[in-house]
Ligand binder design. Structure first.
Ligand SMILES: Nc1ncnc2c1ncn2[C@@H]1O[C@H](COP(=O)(O)OP(=O)(O)OP(=O)(O)O)[C@@H](O)[C@H]1O
Ligand SMILES: [Mg+2]
Length: 316
């Protein structure tokens, strides 16, 4: 995968407050990049810099090789931005709203009507074509805003908390819509603090806190590099206490609990290590004489990763 977005030592102060500190970010082409961090972490600041709306105090950023600071017009053609607020558009109908933005991006007038119809169809708002924008529900406004980011067919979509304020059904719809956009070869950067909603659809994640990037890369690679704790549920034949004693000899074991009264007898093994270690643990049990009938792991989800990473950076 080639790199579509790159930032080098991107830094932004607001007065004396440092909102972004030497951010080095890379987003491969075709990725769905989840940008995760708590309130005030610097997500919006990063996105506003990448979309040319805000100048950094120092550092550089490039999108498809174009410099965000030196070639802002080229960058604006490459990027569609969905801000975290909708804005106020009195007396404007849904189609006029899209037409207005398409015209701003200098999409020729004779092509705009078709593009608008296609986009309204994509976000499922054809029936609201002539409705006033300010009369749409919040979820509809979010979808219209998403359609707006695409009026000039950009390579990269930067979406600042598109799911905030949506009901569960609208969240599912948004997720489906993002999948569809990905199949249209868009690269997507999406911010959120609700991590589990990103888990399914992101190929990559970056975790930011207090202006610093704490981790970035493929979701799986990040999980491995953090040596996430694995909890295994192991069913055995025979005495679970004896099995637990064998398990405890293995390096990397954090805790072993037995449930002798369970049927079949069961162990819960808390292990810290990589895939090779997991495989070696199973071999260790079997060669140690434990009659294993079931060995199943539960891996950490994004929520766990996030808490672990941010805890490491900011000891409580
Ligand atoms: N216009 C501004 N003036 C002064 N400080 C600002 C301004 N915008 C942001 N900040 C500060 O910069 C830091 C990062 O803010 P930013 O909006 O980028 O965070 P965020 O990750 O988007 O947070 P949220 O999840 O709440 O949207 C915060 O400390 C914030 O107070
Ligand atoms: Mg924000």
């Amino acid at each position: 995968m080639s790199t579509l977005v790159e930032t080098k030592e991107l830094t932004r102060y607001y007065g004396n407050t440092i909102a972004l500190e030497s951010l080095n970010l890379e987003i491969p082409q075709g990725a769905v990049y989840g940008f995760i961090g708590p309130n005030g972490a610097g997500k919006t600041t990063t996105m506003r810099i990448m979309t040319t709306l805000l100048a950094p105090s120092s550092g550089q950023a490039w999108i498809a090789g174009s410099s965000v600071m030196r070639e802002p017009r080229a960058v604006r053609r490459l990027v569609g931005f969905m801000p975290d607020f909708f804005g106020v558009y009195d007396n404007m109908r849904a189609w006029e709203y899209l037409d207005f933005f398409a015209a701003s991006y200098q999409v020729p007038a004779d092509r705009r009507a078709t593009i608008i119809d296609e986009l309204l169809e994509l976000v499922d708002l054809r029936h609201k074509r002539d409705a006033y924008v300010m009369g749409l529900s919040r979820g509809m406004k979010q979808r219209l805003s998403l359609a707006r980011t695409m009026v000039h067919d950009p390579l990269l979509l930067i979406l600042d908390e598109p799911a905030s304020g949506l009901d569960p059904r609208a969240r599912v719809e948004l997720r489906e819509l993002l999948k569809e956009l990905r199949s249209l070869n868009k690269t997507i950067m999406i911010s959120s603090h609700i991590l589990t909603e990103l888990a399914e659809m992101c190929t990559h994640i970056g975790i930011i806190e207090r202006g610093k990037l704490l981790a970035s890369g493929e979701v799986n690679a990040i999980m491995r590099s953090l040596h996430a704790h694995h909890i295994f549920e192991v069913h055995v034949l025979g005495d679970p206490a004896a099995a637990a004693a064998v398990a405890r000899q293995f390096p990397g074991i954090i805790d072993v609990r037995t449930q002798p009264e369970a049927l079949p007898p069961m162990l819960h093994i808390d292990y810290q290590g990589d895939d090779q270690g997991i495989s070696a643990l199973l071999t260790h049990l079997v060669t140690g004489g434990v009659a294993v009938t079931h060995f199943a792991g539960q891996t950490s989800d994004l929520e766990d990763i996030f808490l672990k990473v941010t805890n490491q950076a900011v000891p409580l």
